[in-house]
Write a protein that binds this ligand. Structure first.
Ligand code: HEM
Length: 519
């Protein structure tokens, strides 16, 4: 037996022993993760078993959604793939209900630490991980997104659409080819500024992008990277200390972007919030809804830092997601003239006194035009702006998802972009076919479950109706007002992933004033 005389051990030996113990622990952990963990049986590159680096790299190279898709393509028929030491993506309808559903079991899955990166001056409705706080927040603001509130937001949309269409008229008069997606970006930036920050940026008017758009994009990227780091709530601070110029650029953008919300809110409070609309009603935008929001149970209202976090989060949630969707609708309608003609015909029947699209189109009528909404859903199925899995943590005791046991504390999710093209759910999944959503022979219930464009379950998009409202109003007005075609009819548009998935190239459309009944 070896007897160690503790008194004879010096400082150096203690340090060596400690280092040896750490190294041995690390080695055992790596061996466990590589070969013994239940997760090691899930297909995926072996490196994902021990490091998140592959995912971070895919994120940095702006191809994270495609990378996850390629893992499923390499492992044909796999229900789940490994994307990191503690991250698994699923591609099965049952996984959606298990992970995001309202069921008893699913209630145990909470948003993962990725969301901490999106908490800024406070936790927002989107970023909070606490189910209790989320339920309270959602209760507080639910009224702000009701049908009644949608009607209050409509004058802002109509005003902005009017400004936008005046610019389009100029293009239509000359027939000059132009980049319509660029203009959609300006439109949603200004509109969301109006709705969430209480004022627009004037970018539709000037035709020049706002610095704020760049700030949103860069600070989203910062959030995304820190969300993957394994330091929980400290990830944001730790990343902000990394002295790499790229990281520092993102961090500064995040600070500047948050400052904007502070200034907008301060201005709103100073101005007594009584800006009056042309309709004579006091200003009633989303920001106002959040300012007035009150927990019906406790009477609690949001304080300034929380409001600041909410309003800046809304800009991220609603601006680019909306413009990207308008872009796909334009692209696919131009590529599918028969569907386009059917929608125009429906619009002409519905709005006989507005055949040239010069009057505002009321959403209360438009939302009955199911083909137009199916066209929007079909775009979001094929090109969800948020394509990768929205991560949820498995409960501490672990969970069996689609027959696969996942230990506790693992981030699981279903990528919208992958399940949206799952051939067992959608016939000819790569085809853009809005009629699939009214095909009574199809399993519509499963198709709807697998449509994750707006998320699923308790955390699904609260702004879905607002988004649909301004998107379909935009497209309906464009279709009534102009003949619209792609400059290059053979264009094949793909996606490039910034934080959200955007078109991979610039392209032009040509507008001409439309003669009614000529479709
Ligand atoms: C086409 C446009 C839009 C798309 C594709 C979209 C997509 C999504 C998705 C996928 C989620 C779920 C995220 C998750 O599970 O973590 C979400 C949540 C959310 N969205 Fe949207 N969104 C859009 C427009 C909007 C708009 C216009 C607003 C605000 C007016 C908005 C506000 C929110 C908020 C606050 C949440 C968090 C909800 C919660 O956790 O309770 N979104 N959105």
């Amino acid at each position: 037996m070896v007897i160690i005389n503790i008194n004879s051990i010096g400082g150096k030996e203690v340090l060596c022993l400690a280092l040896l113990a750490v190294a041995a622990y690390q080695l055992c952990t790596i061996i466990y993760q590589l070969f013994l963990s239940p997760l090691s049986k899930i297909p995926g590159p072996w490196l994902t078993r021990i490091t998140p680096l592959l995912e971070v790299n895919a994120l940095k190279e702006q191809r994270r959604t495609r990378w996850v898709g390629s893992l499923f393509a390499e492992n044909l028929g796999a229900i789940a793939v490994r994307t990191g030491p503690k991250a698994v993506s699923f591609n099965h309808p049952d996984a959606i209900k298990a992970i995001y559903g309202h069921g008893k079991g699913a209630e145990e899955f909470g948003k993962s630490s990725w969301y901490d990166a999106f908490s800024t001056t406070g936790e927002s409705l989107f970023s909070t991980r606490s189910k209790k706080r989320h339920a309270m927040k959602r209760r507080m603001v639910a009224h702000g997104f009701s049908t009644q509130s949608l009607a209050l937001f409509e004058p802002y949309i109509d005003q902005m659409l009017d400004k936008f269409m005046r610019k389009m008229d100029k293009f239509a008069q000359t027939g000059e080819a132009f980049d319509i997606y660029f203009w959609f970006e300006l439109f949603t930036m200004d509109l969301m500024g109006d709705l969430a920050l209480g004022d627009n940026f004037g970018v539709v008017e000037t035709g020049k992008p706002a610095r704020y758009s760049t700030l949103v994009e860069l600070s989203q990227r910062f959030g995304n990277i820190s969300g993957i780091l394994p330091f929980g709530k400290s990830s944001v601070s730790i990343l902000s200390w990394v002295p790499l110029p790229y990281v520092q650029k993102l961090w500064k953008a995040r600070l500047e972007y948050l400052d904007y919300a502070r200034m907008a809110l301060e201005k709103r409070f100073q101005e007594d919030r009584k800006q009056v609309l042309p309709t004579g009603k006091p200003r009633q935008d989303i920001m106002q809804r959040f300012i007035e929001a009150q927990d019906p149970e406790t009477g609690r209202k949001m304080d300034f830092p929380e409001l600041r976090a909410e309003t800046s989060s809304l800009m991220v949630a609603g601006a680019s997601t909306g413009s990207v969707t308008m872009n796909w609708m334009t692209y696919y309608l131009c590529k599918n003239p028969t569907v386009k003609a059917r929608i125009i015909n429906d619009l002409e029947v519905m709005f006989p006194d507005n055949l040239d699209g010069t009057k505002a189109i009321p959403f209360t009528k438009l939302n009955k035009l199911s083909l137009l909404e199916s066209a929007e859903i079909e775009c979001l199925r094929l090109h969800p702006p948020i394509g990768y899995a929205m991560p949820r943590d498995t409960p501490s005791q672990g969970a069996v998802i689609c027959g696969v046991f996942i230990p506790g504390g693992v981030a699981v999710g279903v990528p919208a972009a992958t399940i949206g093209r799952n051939a067992t759910v959608y016939k000819n999944p790569d085809n853009w076919d809005p009629d699939r959503w009214s095909d009574e022979t199809a399993d519509l219930a499963t198709m709807k479950t697998c449509f994750l464009g707006f998320g699923f379950g308790t955390r699904q998009c609260i702004g879905r109706n607002v988004a649909t409202q301004f998107i379909v109003k935009m497209i309906a007005t464009l279709l009534l007002r102009y003949d619209m075609e792609l400059e290059d009819p053979s264009l094949v548009l793909g996606t490039k992933e910034f934080t959200i998935q955007k078109p991979d190239q610039n392209y032009n459309v040509i507008l001409r004033p439309r003669k009614a009944g000529r479709t």
